[in-house]
Design a protein around this ligand. Structure first.
Ligand code: ZN
Length: 462
């Protein structure tokens, strides 16, 4: 009786019951295969071990591009290509150091911020001004930080996850220019991560036009704690900061893509991927070799099926996420087919377990998506019926152009202890969690690519 009711309700929605059931069974099969499939781990091991850190514009990034092309071809993708684009202002770190010079000498664990200007060779030495939040920094009178090194001391707790990172990284992005308008000679930030170790967290900063560009670095949490304890005792603290860096005006970067051409509607495309580039201080296993490995392995499981899904799956390995521009280059390259991109998503939050999925608002009342929800439930994923407002930095330009995005929320309680730091290493990746990610993406990719639903109507407004 129950089976009959299901068949009737599916036929009412003009979807052949048999085909729908096939699709649901295939998604479940992909999910289960992924949980024991070694490909994601092998890719992750290969990219981190054989290529290493992958800053845009570096020799390693050229090797990463060649690695990606070779892997996608070997794994059965079609139309594999590395699409070049110009990357302005590729930034490279040099020697960096900082120390307390008064009330006593002590070295500090720092990392310069990406795109940051260097100090003079002799460094900058000044008394610090400790500021607890971006709002407090913004409220300071102009000129009030003259002759000081501004230290933005906002705390980010692991439990805050992505929301905490958004606030902390905003301080990193805009803090140096705001401090400069107040007269500061340099800027330090309590690391926009959650590591309790003496490991600083790097990341991009963005200088405002028309404001003096001041050197900027992140400070490890225990070192920020020390400055805070000294200042709370009424002690005047002086620091010396030395930062070297160089910038190449234009470098070549690449977005590497490979496809599984759709069998019935190849012009309709599902875009998914991770980013190949990384920060320079570690092999960047979580950010984002994991996202590359997860999405390639998920699509490759679909490539092994006896027939291709209806729609095309395009895997994109973006080439300049950390310092920007690969998402814009991608959207420009595919501008004539943006209307036919059904869904886009990026795996870029490490390899922690996925616990929630969001995409278009009205998708979940559709039988295809209800079947997907049922396929994801056994691996611990719930549906968020609100439309996804963000699908990853590299699909942001597509989203702004009206493409619906998928958002897979991940457990990130460990992620920000290693993110953008020297601790983002392969041993910190949980293999079972990595494979749960592959299982989820494989089920989602297959269901959307085999499906017929137009997700645009319920997408979040650009
Ligand atoms: Zn990333």
């Amino acid at each position: 009786m129950k089976a009959m009711l299901i068949a009737v309700s599916l036929s009412l929605c003009a979807i052949p019951a048999a085909a729908g059931e096939d699709s649901r069974q295939t998604a479940a099969l992909l999910r289960d295969r992924a949980l024991s499939d070694p490909v994601a781990w092998d890719l992750l091991d290969s990219l981190t071990t054989e290529i290493g850190p992958r800053p845009v514009g570096s020799e390693a990034m050229t090797r990463a591009k060649e690695w990606a092309v070779a892997k996608l071809r070997a794994l059965g993708f079609e139309n594999v290509e590395a699409v070049p684009f110009d990357k302005a202002n590729a930034w490279f770190r040099g020697e960096e150091s900082a120390e307390i010079t008064a009330p006593y000498r002590r070295s500090l664990a720092i990392l310069g911020l990406g795109a940051g200007v260097p100090t003079p060779p002799e460094g900058i030495e000044a008394e610090i001004a400790l500021i607890d939040s971006l709002a407090e920094l913004e409220a300071l009178p102009d000129g009030s930080l003259a002759g000081r090194i501004a230290v933005l001391n906002w705390r980010f707790y692991a439990a805050q996850g992505e929301a905490g990172y958004r606030v902390a990284s905003r301080g990193r992005m805009v803090g140096p220019s705001i401090a400069a308008t107040k007269g500061a000679s340099a800027f330090l930030l309590r690391s926009a991560g959650t590591s309790p170790a003496r490991r600083a967290h790097t990341g991009i900063t963005r200088y405002a036009d028309g404001v003096p560009r001041i050197p900027a670095a992140a400070l490890s949490h225990p070192d920020a704690d020390l400055l805070e304890r000294l200042v709370s005792r009424g002690t005047k603290v002086r620091l010396r900061l030395q930062l070297e860096s160089r910038t190449i005006p234009t470098a070549t970067a690449w977005n590497v893509t490979g496809e599984l051409r759709g069998r019935e509607a190849p012009e309709e495309v599902v875009v998914v991927g991770g980013h190949l580039d990384s920060w320079d201080v570690s092999e960047s296993a979580a950010d984002d070799a994991a996202g590359v490995a997860i999405t390639v392995a998920a699509a490759r499981l679909i490539a092994e099926l006896p027939r291709r899904p209806r729609r095309t799956i395009r895997v994109a390995l973006w080439g300049s996420e950390e310092t920007g521009d690969s998402g814009a280059a991608f959207a420009t390259h595919y501008r004539d087919e943006i209307d036919r991109i059904i869904l886009a998503g990026e795996s870029d939050l490490g390899a922690g377990r996925i616990y929630r999925i969001a995409c278009s608002a009205d998708a979940w009342s559709n039988p295809e998506h209800q079947a997907l929800a049922a396929t994801l439930a056994p691996i611990g994923i719930v549906v968020d019926r609100a439309p996804a407002a963000f699908g990853g930095v590299d699909v942001e330009e597509l989203r702004k152009a009206g493409v619906p995005v998928v958002r897979m929320s991940q457990d990130s309680t460990d992620y920000f202890t290693i993110h953008h730091s020297a601790d983002d290493t392969l041993n910190r990746i949980d293999r079972a969690a990595l494979q749960q990610n592959v299982a989820a993406w494989a089920a989602v990719l297959f269901t959307i690519a085999e499906g017929t639903v137009d997700l645009r109507a319920g997408a979040a407004r650009p």
